[in-house]
Design a protein around this ligand. Structure first.
Ligand code: C5P
Length: 240
């Protein structure tokens, strides 16, 4: 895989004009764009179609979490949309993940297309261990819970998980090296040196790949730069 295929740019915008602008700016430098709840709620499939029209791939970051039948149905639709990757909450349980995975495999087979990568979200990184234990009554510690959900995701047929920078190695060691890890919270050194950082646990692109990340997700360090193309070029050069 080339570096441009391993860097995912977050399209955190709420209208098609900004979506088009961002994709046009960066589609020659990266292969995958992440469409999350904000853009999807605002623009729906137009955004997916636009990314595809430009020859790029979509990570549909909608974090599905519902009863197995509903998640299986939406997994079929995501497969029909031709997205490259999408995700579900691992805490929806093994049955929900198995149904999602089986629906993707069957639908891709029926359409004769490649199956999307199906990725689990373990524990939202916005949750603290205290909240996990006190509010959600989880008795395990944070790392144990993340690893247990990653293992359940693997057993249920998922291809990988989204992981905070801190947990990449832990997951790779506990599950398997070929279990896909997608990591947000990426901050190139030059960005942090400009004093611009609100993510709590961050890694540089190089460090994330060294620790075993398969894909990294970058948003503002590139998209908010005065020249997103130059910022992206710097990221790609750093990785080389
Ligand atoms: O702008 P920034 O690089 O922080 O954007 C990262 C993207 O990854 C955003 O779309 C954000 O919602 C997402 N994300 C994150 N941290 C997580 C999970 C997802 O920043 N733990």
């Amino acid at each position: 895989m080339e570096n441009k295929d391993r860097v995912i740019i977050a399209l955190d915008v709420d209208n098609m004009a900004d979506c088009r602008n961002r994709v046009d700016q960066l589609c020659e430098q990266v292969s995958v764009f992440k469409i999350g709840m904000e853009l999807y709620t605002a623009c729906g499939q137009d955004a997916v179609e636009y990314v595809h029209k430009k020859g790029s791939k979509v990570f549909l970051d909608l974090k599905f979490h519902d009863i197995p039948n509903t998640v299986a149905s939406v997994s079929r639709v995501a497969t029909q949309l031709g997205v490259f990757m999408f995700n579900v909450h691992a805490c929806g349980g093994g049955e929900m993940m198995r149904w999602a995975s089986e629906a993707c495999v069957k639908e891709a087979d029926r359409l004769g297309v490649e199956k999307p990568l199906l990725i689990g979200v373990t524990v939202l990184t916005s949750l603290s261990e205290e909240e996990l234990q006190k509010e959600l009554s989880v008795s395990r510690g944070m790392e144990e819970q993340v690893v247990a959900l990653a293992q359940l995701a693997k057993e249920s047929g998922l291809d990988g998980v989204v992981s905070s920078p801190k947990e990449i190695e832990l997951i790779k060691n506990a599950v398997s090296k070929d279990f896909v890890v997608v990591t947000p919270g990426i901050r190139p050194e030059w960005f942090v040196n400009q004093g611009q950082n609100d993510q709590k646990r961050v890694l540089t692109p190089n460090r994330a790949f060294d620790l075993g990340a398969d894909f990294i997700v970058i948003g503002r360090p590139v998209t908010q730069d005065a020249s997103p193309r130059t910022a992206m070029q710097k990221v790609l050069e750093e990785i080389n």
